[in-house]
Design a protein around this ligand. Structure first.
Ligand code: GSH
Length: 120
């Protein structure tokens, strides 16, 4: 039986090996190895979207630096920047919905009439 490597393990390898990150990526992911961080990483892996990881080391205070706070004033990972649409997003659930809508995958075909999401 062939078992697929779980997405969060692929991500840990990616953090250790930046050389496999392609210049054709349009999504920048700011994250670290944490439950909320893994949600965005797993979605990007499952959707096979090329992305570049920027490792935000919370213990070192990277998330409190002005550059990161300009992406998320709350200083929390994960954050994505989609260079194709110029959208910067934080909150893992919002990121999951955005990526699902961007690709037309991982969402139910029909929406419940009471549920809606807006971007921008
Ligand atoms: N509701 C947020 C929570 C994000 C969150 O709490 N991230 C943690 C890591 S899992 C973080 O960045 N903590 C750093 C801090 O609060 O200083 C989400 O789902 O994205």
């Amino acid at each position: 039986m062939i078992r697929q490597r779980p997405a969060h393990l692929k991500f840990q390898r990616k953090l250790l090996n930046f050389s496999d990150q392609s210049s054709r990526t349009v999504i920048d992911l700011y994250t670290t190895s944490s439950p909320n961080g893994f949600k965005a990483t797993i979605a990007l892996e499952e959707l096979a979207l090329p992305y570049t990881v920027h490792h935000i080391k919370i213990a070192s205070g990277d998330n409190r630096q002005p550059t990161f706070l300009s992406l998320n004033p709350y200083g929390r990972i994960p954050v994505i920047v989609d260079r194709e649409t110029n959208i910067t997003l934080f909150e893992s659930a919002a990121i999951l919905l955005y990526l699902a809508e961007k690709t037309g995958q991982l969402l139910a075909l029909e929406r419940h009439p009471d549920v809606d999401a807006h971007w921008g």
